[in-house]
Every structure is written in C-alpha cells, then in structure tokens.
Design a protein around this ligand. Structure first.
Ligand code: CA
Length: 362
C-alpha cells in the first residue's frame, strides 16, 4: 500500500468511527442479531469423552462459547458413539440430525478425494503453513465451497502439529525392508506406502495395540509421543520412526450450513473466535505435551529416521498418487493447484526465514 493510500484509508476509518450512530441504525436492520435468546447446539465428536488435547480442546471451545456469549450460546458436546458413531458425524450433520461436529478432515476422503488435501499432505505443509494457506491463500474458500455441496460449513478446529512416522516391530534399513509389511496407516500416506510395497490397513484405535502385539500387523502410525505413549505401542514395536506423512493434520469444527446461517451474527463471530483460540491452543499444547512425553518414553524405545532410499521413493510415489487423483477429479486438481501455489510462495520465504533460523540455531 502506498503511503497516500494508507493515509486516506486511515481517514476513512476515522470517518466510520464518527458515524457510529449510523452503524447502530444498520445493526437494527440485521435480522440475525441475537436478542439474548438462548441457543443450544448439539455437537458430536469422533473422540472418546475428554480425550487428551483433541477432546479437551473441544470441551474448552464449548466452554468459551458460553463465556463469550454471556451464556446465550450453549454448545453441548457429545463424545463418540454417545449420540452418533465416531465416523458418522459428517453424514449426521449434513442431514441436520445434529448441528455440528469435531473431527479430522482426513476421514472424509471417500466423500470427495479433494478433502484429503484440506486434512494435510504427506511431505507437505506444517500446521502453521496449512492454516496460513487456508486463511490467506484461498484454501478456506475452496473448503467451504466443496463442503457446501454437503450442506456443511467448516471451520478449522485445531491441528496436531507434526506427527511421528510410526512404530515398527523390526528396524527399517532400506526400502526393501518395507516389502510385505502390514501397517495401520490411513489417508494419502497409506496410498504412498502401498506403492512402496506396504500393505496398509485401517483399524479402529481400540484394536491397534492387540494387532501389533499378536503380529497381525507389523507397524502402526498414530499421532506423536503424547498420545502414542498412552497406547503402549513401545512394548510391541520398539522402533519409533520420525514423521513424513502427517506434517500438520487439520481438525475441523463443522456446522450444518442451514443451521450456521440461521445463527445470529454475534454467535457466528463468537464461534469463529473460539475456534481460532482453540486452534492456537491445540497446536501449542501438542508441541508442549509431545516434547514432555518424548523425555518419558520407555528405555527400550529407539528413535529412528527412515532410510534415504525409502524417502526418495516416497516422494516419487506421492507425485504419482497426486497425478492419479487429479486425473480422476477436477475438484482435487483445483484444490491441489491452490495448495501448490501457496506452497511455492511460502517456500521462497520459509527457506530464508524459519528454515534458516532452525539450521543456524543448532
Ligand atoms: Ca496419524
């Protein structure tokens, strides 16, 4: 912005302040003003009650909506399987049987392959970068457009930060060691692993440890030290690999679109502000809790990094997966183009800023 433009914009700002009377007139015309009437919304989650960080994050979100609205907005949180099964929250909200849900975007790839990009990309953007793309690089407009087709209105509802690559029963010294392994790994990461010779399987959280212990699976990914240590994976698979497939998975607070549009402008603003607060808190909490839990992992755990030939092959496989999905879906192609445009723009700055700082500070 030129200095003269800045000055004239500031002058407009002052003008607007002196017209606050007119603003009040405008407000009266807004039928969406809340007049102290209490609104109660039902929100279902894909997590058990008060599940650490994700579940407690949504509990706090609901509490903040109540506080910020002076009690006129009540959000009732229903943990998984109480009102709705964990992975039916999308359909149930879409059909207006409940008002909203808190879940992970990666679960809905079957609805539209493009949704997997909003959930996060293997070898791609971190949480902070994903949120920047969504808020300022066009990602959110695309997400709302595509969710709109399911009568849904999404907001970012937290993010996990970088996840670990998973727990393996045997050490992986080269790409060849992956051949024939059975691994619990969902999403685009799973598709890449499939191209590397892995047999990716999907298992509900409650069955992962037993499957690993009995050798039904050879490896599993989950989240990071804070949540993984609660699952006891170290006892069955002591090789704990650093991450590549989920650098910043996005969680969502998504509303039924008609329900959202009927909310007052104050309640919409309160919910939006509370999701922003929730997202910041969740990313910071994951960082802190993961750092602490890493120090407390059992002694038998060996932290490893995947071999270079495997990561080189993963990069090639990812390109193939993305090309394949783009050829099948025009929407996937559009979302990927927006994501790539931001990723390129971001890289030029990141290389000489964050990445450079991390390299030099040692
Ligand atoms: Ca994961």
């Amino acid at each position: 912005m030129k200095r003269r433009d800045f000055l004239s914009t500031s002058a407009l700002g002052l003008g607007a302040l002196s017209l606050s009377g007119c603003y009040r007139e405008e407000n009266k015309k807004n039928i969406n003003v809340n007049r102290g009437k209490k609104v109660t919304l039902k929100l279902a989650t894909s997590w058990p009650a008060h599940f650490p960080i994700m579940g407690t994050g949504v509990d706090e979100f609901a509490k903040r909506c109540g506080e910020l609205s002076g009690g006129s907005l009540e959000i009732k949180v229903y943990p998984k399987n109480i009102l709705v099964p964990a992975l039916q929250v999308f359909d149930t909200t879409s059909a207006a049987q409940i008002d909203a849900f808190h879940s992970g975007v990666y679960y809905w790839k079957g609805k539209n392959s493009a949704f997997s990009i909003f959930g996060g990309m293997p070898l791609g953007l971190t949480s902070e970068e994903m949120i920047t793309w969504m808020k300022f690089g066009g990602g959110m407009e695309l997400w709302r457009e595509l969710y709109g087709k399911f009568n849904l209105y999404p907001l970012i509802g937290g993010s996990t930060g970088p996840q670990m690559g998973g727990w393996f029963k045997k050490e992986i010294n080269s790409l060849a060691d992956l051949k024939g392994l059975k691994m619990r790994i969902p999403g685009l990461g799973g598709e890449v692993m499939k191209k590397l010779g892995v047999n990716p399987v999907l298992l509900p959280a409650g069955e992962i440890f037993t499957s690993l212990e009995r050798g039904t699976i050879d490896a599993t990914e989950w989240v990071g030290p804070a949540l993984d240590s609660m699952m006891g994976f170290a006892k069955a698979a002591p090789y704990y690999y650093t991450g590549w497939h989920e650098p910043g998975s996005i969680l969502e607070i998504t509303f039924n679109k008609n329900r959202w549009e009927k909310l007052s402008s104050e309640h919409q603003a309160i919910i939006t502000a509370a999701t922003e607060e929730m997202t910041g808190n969740m990313v910071q909490k994951f960082r802190y809790e993961n750092a602490k839990a890493l120090q407390e992992l059992p002694k038998e755990v060996q932290i490893k990094t995947f071999p270079k030939d495997m990561m080189d092959a993963a990069k090639l496989a990812l390109t193939e997966v993305l090309e394949h999905e783009s050829a099948k879906s025009e929407e996937f192609k559009r979302v990927l183009a927006s994501y790539n445009e931001f990723a390129k723009l971001n890289k030029s700055w990141d290389d000489i800023s964050t990445k450079n700082f991390l390299n030099i500070r040692g």
